[in-house]
Design a protein around this ligand. Sequence first.
Ligand code: GSF
Length: 202
Amino acid sequence: MKLLGSLASPYVRKVRVVMAEKKLDYELVLDNVWGPETTVPQSNPLGKVPCLIMEDGAAMFDSRVIVEYLDTLTPVGKLIPAQSRERAVVKCWEALADGVLDAAILVRLEKTLRPVEQQSQIWMDRQMGKVHAGLKTMSQDLAETPYCMGNQFTLADVAIGCALGWLSFRFPEITWRDDYPNLARLFDKVSERPSFKDSVPH
Ligand code: GSF
């Protein structure tokens, strides 16, 4: 399998962490989707990474689809529970982590792609509201357990870890570590794993 992606993308990181946790072999093909040389649109009409190219050449995209597929490939390091309610809870954590990223990335794009006089403060404030509300909810729901799902390390922890890591990378002014000790504790725990150590955004 080939994974088209970048070393800064938190969604690509989620897939890389899942690949590593499940001990799956793949080749990471770096692609800058914003540059003229990108080949991603040939595989993903949305022009976004991550995009997985499978053994038969078929493309699969959206990190949530990819990680769900990868989890079915081997029983090693199962990350999504089989039982339907638990499964939905894990996927909901993932949706929350990805949603926080979606909102923060919109703010980053507004700030980097538009001249200052064209930037909409109302739009950026709306998106930042989602980031802060998402972080607050994650922290409240995490409670005192080591991981999102109690003692079990799941895709929920992968998704949250990738979201927090990216926020620290691109938005160091968001003081989630100080504001939410629960999140800092979870982040420190997942950061010890080789899958996270080997995929720090840069
Ligand atoms: C989001 C992928 C995405 O926005 C997923 O795979 O989970 N829901 C999708 N990827 C960005 C790179 S990044 O900001 O991580 C991307 O490829 N953007 C290019 C574009 O044209 O929006």
